[in-house]
Design a protein around this ligand. Structure first.
Ligand code: F3S
Length: 416
């Protein structure tokens, strides 16, 4: 069955609304056709990617990139986005740009992007957890989000509907106001295929991340349903989704009895029962931790928390552990978070406690997206960061729960 367009959509594809929109519609049409979509449906909520100054890593070459992006943003301003649109993570931190040595021209371009974004209708929030800071899609809302863990989160815990988007498809969705309808946008694709019996207690947020990472490998593109787990707190849910989307291409999962579309086992599986059943216990989680760790010694020089971007609760917990303490002089402690969460952390005194202890609060970006020191021996509470920082930053990695990360930052070595 072909992808059938409305008259309005056909006019855009035929170039009657200009070449800017036509290019995006051609792209969307091809993508929709390849994915078997039968129609384009209105989208209400977009998380874009790549709306940032490039950072100094590309130096001379980046000046061209900046010019191109400036021109493109100006074109975008003439068309404006058609729905709620937030910006995914940036390559630099406007709050403390010198911490990672950002070039002055990148800082001024980043500031210019805020104004261009405003004119285009995009909230330049620069976070991977927009659902913490004002963009909380409602049940059934059609979304087009980048950031793989956030896609799993909004599908699984909020009941919103988004396929996994890249930067181009998300921008296309925002400027056109349509997405091709396929995958989890359709009721029949929102059921689970795998049943995961969890036979161990999940004691920390990091345990949830390990569960997600282990199951993501088994699931690939399929949706798992978890059984025998207590309702996760937000921070644990965030880590579960990050794990699933890092080792696998999972778009949504279910926790039976917890997530909106999983009241019971019968509802979750298309035929009332799963295709495959797995049991995950403590040994599978520890095996997963061993795969993610590659540090050659317990001495560390970097502690990183806030992947995905931290909640206020996480910042408060870190501050409680650091109050009156001082981190080792050999260690940098960085916690990343959305700008709005940092503003709360400042007001509530958490930021000052963490700074006084020697830690650094970073917004807008993260070590994998900014120009960041490489080849360190680090400890993190995030399976996603453990996975990527080895490849992107060449780090030696230890994975530990949040309390042990802070204790290790103080001691200068891995404290278990
Ligand atoms: Fe966010 Fe960076 Fe982690 S984008 S999910 S903090 S790798």
């Amino acid at each position: 069955m072909p992808l059938v367009l409305t008259d309005q959509q056909r006019q855009i594809l035929d170039g009657k609304k200009g070449t800017f929109l036509q290019r995006y519609m051609e792209w969307m049409y091809k993508w929709g056709t390849a994915m078997g979509a039968r129609r384009m449906i209105p989208v209400e909520n977009v998380l874009t990617g790549g709306l940032s100054a490039p950072g100094h890593m590309m130096a001379g070459a980046s000046r061209n990139a900046v010019e191109k992006q400036r021109e493109w943003m100006k074109a975008l301003c003439r068309h404006r986005v058609k729905c709620t649109t937030f910006a995914h993570i940036a390559a630099l931190d406007l709050e403390s740009p010198t911490y990672i040595g950002t070039e002055p021209e990148d800082i001024s371009f980043q500031q210019e992007l805020i104004e261009l974004g405003r004119q285009a209708g995009i909230h330049m929030t620069w976070t991977c957890t927009p659902y913490l800071v004002g963009n909380v899609p409602t049940k059934g809302q059609i979304c087009a989000w980048t950031e793989s863990h956030a896609v799993v989160y909004i599908n699984s815990f909020l009941g919103a509907r988004s396929t996994r988007h890249g930067g181009d498809s998300a921008i296309a969705a925002a400027v056109l106001g349509f997405v091709p309808e396929f995958g989890v946008l359709l009721d029949e694709n929102r059921r689970a295929e795998l049943l995961i019996n969890v036979s161990t207690e999940l004691e920390t947020d990091t345990d949830w991340g390990l569960l997600g990472y282990y199951v993501g490998k088994i699931a690939g593109l399929r949706s798992p349903a978890f059984k025998n787990v207590a309702p996760p707190r937000l921070e644990s849910a965030k880590q579960l989704c990050a794990g699933l989307a890092t080792s696998g291409g999972v778009t949504m999962c279910h926790i039976i009895g917890v997530t909106p579309e999983a009241p019971n086992e019968e509802t979750v599986f298309p035929m009332g029962q799963p295709r495959e059943v797995y049991t995950v216990g403590r040994s599978e989680l520890e095996e997963t931790r061993d795969c993610l760790q590659n540090a050659k010694s317990d001495d560390i020089d970097f502690v990183y928390m806030g992947c995905p971007h931290a909640t206020l609760q996480e910042i408060g917990e870190a501050a409680r552990l650091l109050e009156g303490r001082r981190i080792s002089e050999n260690v940098s402690l960085v916690i990343t978070m959305p700008y709005a969460i940092k503003a709360y952390a400042e007001r509530l005194g958490y930021a000052e406690i963490i700074r006084r202890a020697g830690g650094h609060l970073m917004t807008d970006t993260c070590p994998c997206s900014a120009v960041f020191p490489k080849k360190r021996r680090m400890i993190t509470n995030s399976v996603k960061h453990a996975h990527y920082s080895r490849a992107i930053l060449g780090n030696e990695v230890i994975l530990a729960n949040s309390d042990d990360c802070i204790a290790s930052a103080i001691a200068g070595r891995w404290v278990r």
